[in-house]
Design a protein around this ligand. Structure first.
Ligand SMILES: Nc1ncnc2c1ncn2[C@@H]1O[C@H](COP(=O)(O)OP(=O)(O)OP(=O)(O)O)[C@@H](O)[C@H]1O
Ligand SMILES: [Mg+2]
Length: 372
């Protein structure tokens, strides 16, 4: 007998559908696949950054979602409804998608208010209210009557953002929207853009090739390489648990210490590392970012004692030290194999060239990957 209490009146709430979902998108140009089997979801109010090096297929992916290019296979859904597969194709303007590309040209002969109101429907009063609401959000209400040529680059960018958001799109696609801006303006505009996007609640897919920008903006990063998404997750996870050496190297300089597996262990000058699941003789790389090395002093030819956290010290000779502003970068020529390792230290630490020092690897910060 079924003893479970059933409540037929209030069924379990359905999970919220993704604002944007793409499944297995593919695109070939002249027989070369530039987008290979790309799938991802963006939830309401979430910013996902499609991050990857130049030419990896980011803009091509965005163009297919926008509907200005057509995939060879795969499906695109907005708010759970199919907008494009290889049979059905909803035209770009009917997809509830807002676009903001690098070249966000405003209409030069229209005022700021007219630019923002360009794609809006509704009564005059409704349009006016929406224009003013958005211009207030981007901090440009006082520029309502100005023309684009009277605005700075950053201000024009904010008008373009307001214009793209005006029709309340379900999804905002942004392709390197900050790349034309002055370096010093960028951070400020990124933050204020994020604030407006969050206030509007659209799902955002933002393309960038700058890891810093993705870390700053994203709730989730989809790391793309050679037409594929190689890793997807929160910025913290992508940075701290990269899937391979190239993913690790995309976010910062890395140090690589080569070793070979023997009995599920790799022996290096910095001690042994666990490496289960690999056959004896497999070459592996121990990868560590420069800020995760520890530097210690030379004690008449000896280093500090080994510890479980930092392993065994190895000696290196300072080859170069540079002050970088927030941190100092020290390069070491290592005694054990003549390789060069880089360590960064907060603030000022500038040992003289030729100084012997000892390096240790913070164990929990090391990644072990098969060497490719
Ligand atoms: N219409 C096209 N015809 C032929 N090849 C194309 C076309 N569009 C893009 N490509 C090629 O597809 C690849 C991916 O291009 P895409 O513009 O998507 O790269 P991206 O990741 O946006 O790079 P970037 O960061 O430089 O903007 C490139 O090698 C590019 O030359
Ligand atoms: Mg591009």
């Amino acid at each position: 007998m079924n003893t479970q209490v059933q409540d037929p009146v209030s069924p379990k709430p359905m999970p919220e559908p993704a604002r944007l979902e793409i499944r297995n998108l593919r695109r070939n140009f002249q027989g070369r696949e530039v987008v290979s089997d790309v799938s991802l979801k963006v939830m309401p109010g979430q910013v996902t950054c499609l991050l990857g090096p130049s030419g990896c297929g980011k803009s091509t992916t965005l163009r297919m979602i926008a509907g200005v290019d057509m995939q060879d296979s795969g499906e695109i859904y907005v708010d759970g409804a199919l907008v494009c597969d290889t049979v059905h194709r909803v035209p770009p303007e009917a997809r509830s998608i807002g676009l903001m590309f690098q070249d966000f040209a405003l209409f030069p002969h229209l005022s700021v208010a007219q630019n923002v109101g360009f794609g809006l429907s509704g009564t005059r009063g409704e349009k006016q209210a929406r224009i003013e609401d958005l211009l207030e959000k981007v901090g440009l209400l006082s520029a309502l009557k100005k023309f684009p040529h009277e605005l700075s680059g950053g201000e024009q960018q904010r008008v373009a953002l307001a214009r793209a958001l005006a029709p309340r799109p379900s999804v905002m696609l942004m392709d390197e929207p900050f790349s034309g801006l002055d370096e010093r303006l960028k951070d400020e505009i990124r933050d204020s853009t994020l604030e407006v996007l969050k206030a509007e609640g659209a799902a955002v897919l933002l393309v960038t090739h700058e890891p810093d920008e993705a870390m700053r903006m994203a709730d989730e990063i989809a790391l793309m390489r050679d037409g594929r998404i190689v890793q997807q997750g929160a910025p913290y996870n992508i940075y701290n648990a990269p899937v391979d050496k190239r993913s690790a190297a995309f976010f910062s300089d890395i140090n690589v210490i080569r070793g070979e597996v023997q009995g599920a262990l790799v022996s290096t000058a910095f001690g042994e590392f666990l490496c289960p699941g690999h056959a004896d003789g497999t070459p592996v790389d121990i990868v560590i970012r420069p800020q995760h090395l520890r530097i210690d002093f030379d004690r008449a030819g000896r280093g500090p004692n080994p510890t479980p956290q930092d392993g065994t010290p190895a000696r290196g000779i300072v080859e170069r030290s540079r002050f970088m502003g927030r941190e100092s970068l020290v390069e070491f020529r290592m005694d054990f194999d003549g390789s060069l390792l880089r360590a960064t230290v907060p603030s000022v630490f500038l040992p003289k060239v030729g100084t012997p020092l000892w390096l240790m690897l913070r164990r929990e910060r090391c990644f072990v990957f098969p060497a490719l």
